[in-house]
Design a protein around this ligand. Structure first.
Ligand SMILES: *[C@@H]1O[C@H](CO)[C@@H](O)[C@H](O)[C@H]1NC(C)=O
Ligand SMILES: *[C@@H]1O[C@H](CO)[C@@H](O)[C@H](O)[C@H]1NC(C)=O
Length: 405
C-alpha cells in the first residue's frame, strides 16, 4: 500500500512538474519594432544582446491594404501617414509587448489603425482591434501584463484592452494627438501625453497657438474617469519660459516612486524635471546641440528634437536619445550633466536592458540597436535589426521560441 502511494505521488509530481515547465519556462528578451519593415526583432535582453530572430507583424498585410483601398477615408489617412509621419513609408509597427504567458506579441500598427496579437509559434493573428479614428500609436502595459493602453492618435482617445482577448475594457478622451501612455501608482492611474499637431510646418514659436490642445490626461485605470489634466504651458510660464518652449510632452520617464517626471518637449534639446505632488517644474536640463543641425525647426522630424528617455532603476540617472542632435547619452540627475555623447543615427527610443545595467537605444537611421553602459556611459555593443527600428520593450517569451523568418 505504502509502495503504491509512493508511485502515485511520484506520478502526480511528474505531471505537476511537466505542467509548470510548459507554463512558466520563459526567457526575458527585447522586442524591437522595425516600423518601416513590419517586423519585430527579438534580441537577448542582456549583454551581448544577440539577435534571436524576427517576427512578421503584418502577416495580414494584403487583407489590410485591400480594406483600406475599399474605404476612401481610410485610404486618405493611409496616404497621409505614409507621406508625413512615415517619411514616405508605411508605419507598420509602433509599439509592442508580449502577453503574460509569453505566447503572443501584441503590436500597434499606425498605418493599419489597429492593435494585433500575433501567435509567436504559428505567426498567425490571434485577434485584431481597430482603434477609433485612423492611426494607432504608443502603448503601455499594466505591471501585471494583463491590460494594454493604446493611443488612437487622430481620435484623441486612449483605449484600454484585455491583452489576452483584445476586448476593450474602457477608454478615455485626451488632448490632440494622443501619444505616450504610462500606468502609474500601482496601476491605479493612466497618464497620457497629447502632442498636438507635430506634422505641420508652423514651427516658429509665434505659431505655437496653432499646434492644438496639448495636455496630459490622468485617468483612473479602472473606471476610466479623468482625474486631472495638466497643460504644461501654465507650468512653463510659472517657470519663466515662453512659447519658445513647447508644451507638447514627448517621451518621458518617472522616478520609480512616481514622485517626479522627466519629460522631453517638442523642439528642445534636453528635458524638464516636474514635481508631481507640487505640480510644478523644478529644473531644466539643456543638453548639447549638434553644430551641424539646421536651426530651422520646420526641418526637424515631426517637431522631435530629442525623442527617447529612460530611467535607471535607482532613479539617479536617465538615458536620452538626442534624436536630431545625433547622439545618445547618460545624464546624472543630481548634476543634470551628460556623460560622453555616443554618436547615433536618428536615435528614436531609449529603454533599459533586462538587468538594468545598459541603456538600449534604437537607431532608426542605421537599422541597429545600440547598448550603452549606465556606469561608464560607453557603448558596449550594437545589434543589427530591421528597417527603421523605433520602440523597444522588454518582454518574456518561451525559452524554446524559434524564429519563423
Ligand atoms: C525664441 O526663438 C526665436 C527663434 O525661433 C528667437 O529669435 C528668439 O530670440 C527666442 N526668444 C527667446 C526669449 O529666447
Ligand atoms: C536599412 O534597411 C533598409 C531596408 O533593408 C535599407 O534600404 C537601408 O539602406 C538600410 N539603412 C542602412 C543605413 O543600412
Amino acid at each position: 500500500m505504502a509502495h503504491w502511494n509512493r508511485i502515485v505521488a511520484a506520478g502526480l509530481a511528474f505531471i505537476a512538474l511537466g505542467a509548470s515547465v510548459s507554463a512558466v519556462d520563459l526567457q526575458q528578451v527585447l522586442f524591437v519594432g522595425n516600423n518601416w519593415e513590419g517586423t519585430a526583432s527579438i534580441l537577448q535582453s542582456t549583454y551581448p544582446f544577440a539577435s534571436l530572430g524576427k517576427v512578421n507583424v503584418v502577416p495580414d498585410k494584403a487583407e489590410r491594404i485591400a480594406a483600406i483601398n475599399a474605404n476612401p477615408i481610410a485610404w486618405i489617412y493611409y496616404q497621409i501617414i505614409q507621406g508625413q509621419v512615415g517619411e514616405g513609408h508605411d508605419q507598420l509597427v509602433d509599439d509592442l509587448y508580449a502577453t503574460p504567458d509569453g505566447t503572443a506579441l501584441v503590436a500597434s500598427r499606425p498605418s493599419f489603425a489597429d492593435v494585433v496579437s500575433i501567435d509567436l509559434k504559428t505567426g498567425k493573428v490571434n485577434w485584431r482591434f481597430a482603434v477609433a479614428g485612423n492611426r494607432a500609436d504608443h502603448m503601455a502595459v499594466s505591471p501585471d501584463g494583463l491590460r494594454v493602453a493604446v493611443s488612437a492618435s487622430t481620435a484623441n482617445t486612449v483605449h484600454v484592452l484585455d491583452i489576452n482577448t483584445g476586448k476593450e475594457l474602457g477608454n478615455f478622451k485626451t488632448g490632440d494627438n494622443a501619444h505616450e501612455n504610462f500606468f502609474t501608482n500601482g496601476a491605479t492611474l493612466i497618464w497620457n501625453m497629447a502632442i498636438g499637431h507635430v506634422e505641420t510646418a508652423l514651427d516658429d514659436p509665434i505659431w505655437d497657438w496653432t499646434k492644438g490642445d496639448r495636455h496630459i490626461t490622468i485617468a483612473d485605470a479602472n473606471t476610466f474617469e479623468i482625474v486631472k489634466t495638466i497643460n504644461m504651458r501654465d507650468r512653463l510660464t510659472a517657470f519663466g519660459l515662453g512659447t519658445n518652449y513647447s508644451n507638447a510632452i514627448r517621451p518621458a520617464a518617472f522616478l520609480p516612486d512616481y514622485s517626479k517626471l522627466y519629460f522631453q518637449v517638442s523642439f528642445f534639446n534636453g528635458f524638464f524635471e516636474y514635481d508631481v505632488a507640487a505640480d510644478k517644474l523644478l529644473r531644466k536640463a539643456t543638453l548639447p546641440t549638434d553644430l551641424n543641425l539646421t536651426p530651422d525647426r520646420s526641418k526637424w522630424l515631426l517637431d522631435s528634437r530629442h525623442h527617447g528617455i529612460t530611467m535607471h532603476p535607482t532613479g539617479t540617472k536617465v538615458c536620452v536619445a538626442g534624436t536630431m542632435d545625433s547622439y545618445a547619452t547618460i545624464v546624472d540627475l543630481a548634476t543634470l550633466s551628460p556623460k560622453n555623447l555616443v554618436p547615433a543615427t536618428k536615435p528614436y527610443w531609449a529603454t533599459i536592458s533586462g538587468d538594468g545595467k545598459h541603456c538600449v537605444v534604437s537607431e532608426a537611421g542605421a537599422n541597429i540597436t545600440s547598448f550603452i553602459d549606465f556606469e561608464t556611459g560607453v557603448k558596449v555593443a550594437q545589434t543589427q535589426v530591421g528597417y527603421h527600428p523605433q520602440r523597444v520593450r522588454l518582454a518574456r517569451i518561451p525559452v524554446d521560441w524559434k524564429s519563423l523568418l
